[in-house]
Design a binder for this molecule. Structure first.
Ligand code: CP3
Length: 384
């Protein structure tokens, strides 16, 4: 389906940005950069705005969510905004009892442990999201109007990461109950994953239709899985979630081929989809295979090795180790240059962290890092 004519990709406002070009596999003049969790506790302006408002209430207040999304874009001059929200928002909006506990993460009112629990959960109809996602659509529209030519990235949690919270009832180290359920009752597991894929897929699609220029699916906890379990019990649901945005296209005017050629042809393009996981070095190829255009790499696998595992054909995003942000600048600088160098082996590269910004990060380090990446990559364009 073609995006609305007013969408920032369709009007061309964001279509020629560094981020979108890199996501499409073309190396822009300067390497684009943004940070996972760039909005949030590392910023004093975020901390003061959040006083007295609970996390999920902040996400559902369009004015606040939009302002928090814009804060790091203004401050750091990054190449993208990412909507301030949370992966559990669509669960809440479909009727699940979930809260975010500070310093801990999402906590469910009731863990989903067996077929009966799954039946109760999946009785919640994902179609209600068409109404209840309204504050998210408003937040996206407000943000995109402010961002101009800077693209907004929409995001969602992948079905496994959401299922991991649902089954555990909260954060977990090894996700053992979720991994047990997939083997103990594959039918209940499949029903849970299909429902979760629809809920999270609708959340992602709503953001793109409202104006986001790219979409990122976070499978933060897929690194807990073996390749066999990922392929059998998780990949089909991730593909189903991505399918909710995979059909979204826009037409871009092509440069005239030769003088005297009639009306310039246009090229149909799809909205780029990034797929990211933590500790998923063994799953990179499969995570691309579920329908992603770009693979986000955590800090454990160097980008040249990730590129090799991906067959050399896939744009990559990553993978500065967040721990380095608190190291002396020369140490961080050397690490970033190494990441950029390894990233040059891939068709294109978007610089990011290997996971989110740690809350205690000095925001001035992030600002300096953005300027550094823009400066060094402009001075030394890649050959390929
Ligand atoms: O800037 C951005 O990247 C956009 C905002 C964003 C948030 N959560 C805001 C948030 C994004 C993309 C997420 C995704 C998310 N949420 C993931 C996937 C990415 C990842 O980090 O692996 C996961 C696993 C969650 C679940 C979740 N929500 C956790 C683990 C936490 C941390 C709890 C804590 O307090 O340490 C949250 C809460 C959360 N989501 C915060 C923010 C800014 C912190 C809450 C606060 O500021 O009070």
């Amino acid at each position: 389906m073609n995006l609305d004519a007013q969408h920032p990709l369709a009007t061309g406002r964001t279509a020629d940005s560094r981020l979108i070009r890199a996501y499409q596999g073309t190396r822009p003049d300067v390497t684009p950069v943004w940070f996972m969790r760039q909005a949030g506790r590392s910023l004093p302006e975020y901390r003061s705005l959040r006083v007295g408002t609970r996390m999920l209430d902040a996400c559902l207040d369009p004015e606040m969510a939009s302002e928090i999304t814009l804060q790091p874009v203004r401050r750091h001059n990054v190449d993208a905004g990412i909507l301030f929200s949370d992966i559990v928002i669509p669960l809440k909006l479909v009727g699940v009892d979930v809260e975010i506990v500070a310093g801990m993460g999402p906590v469910l009112g009731k863990a989903v442990r067996n077929a009966g629990d799954v039946a109760e959960l999946t009785a919640l109809d994902p179609a209600v999201l068409e109404q209840t996602l309204a504050p998210i659509r408003t937040a996206v529209a407000r943000t995109v109007a402010e961002l101009g030519s800077t693209p907004l990235i929409g995001f969602a949690g992948a079905p496994f990461t959401l299922a991991a919270y649902l089954v555990e009832g909260g954060p977990s180290k090894d996700h053992i109950h979720a991994r047990t359920l997939m083997h103990a009752d594959p039918d209940a597991w499949a029903a849970l994953m299909a429902w979760t894929a629809e809920v999270t897929g609708r959340f992602l699609r709503a953001q793109v239709l409202a104006g986001a220029s790219a979409a990122q699916l976070f499978d933060s906890w897929a690194g807990a899985l073996s390749l066999a379990d990922y392929t059998r019990f998780v990949a089909p649901a991730s593909a189903a979630a991505i399918a909710h945005v995979r059909d979204l296209t826009y037409d871009e005017a092509a440069a005239p081929v030769a003088a005297g050629t009639d009306a310039a042809a246009s090229v149909r393009r799809n909205v780029p989809v990034v797929h990211f996981g933590v500790g998923t070095g063994e799953l990179l190829k499969e995570m691309h295979g579920v329908g992603a255009d770009v693979v986000g790499v955590d800090y454990r696998v160097p980008l040249d090795e990730a590129n090799r595992r991906l067959g050399g054909l896939v744009p990559v995003q990553g993978n500065v180790d967040p721990a380095m942000l608190a190291a002396p600048w020369p140490v961080l600088e050397a690490h970033v240059l190494d990441v950029l160098e390894r990233g040059r082996t891939a068709p294109s590269h978007v610089l990011n962290l290997g996971h989110g910004v740690p809350p205690l990060t000095d925001p001035n380090v992030l600002t300096r890092l953005v300027a550094f990446v823009q400066e060094v990559t402009a001075a030394a364009p890649a050959a390929s």
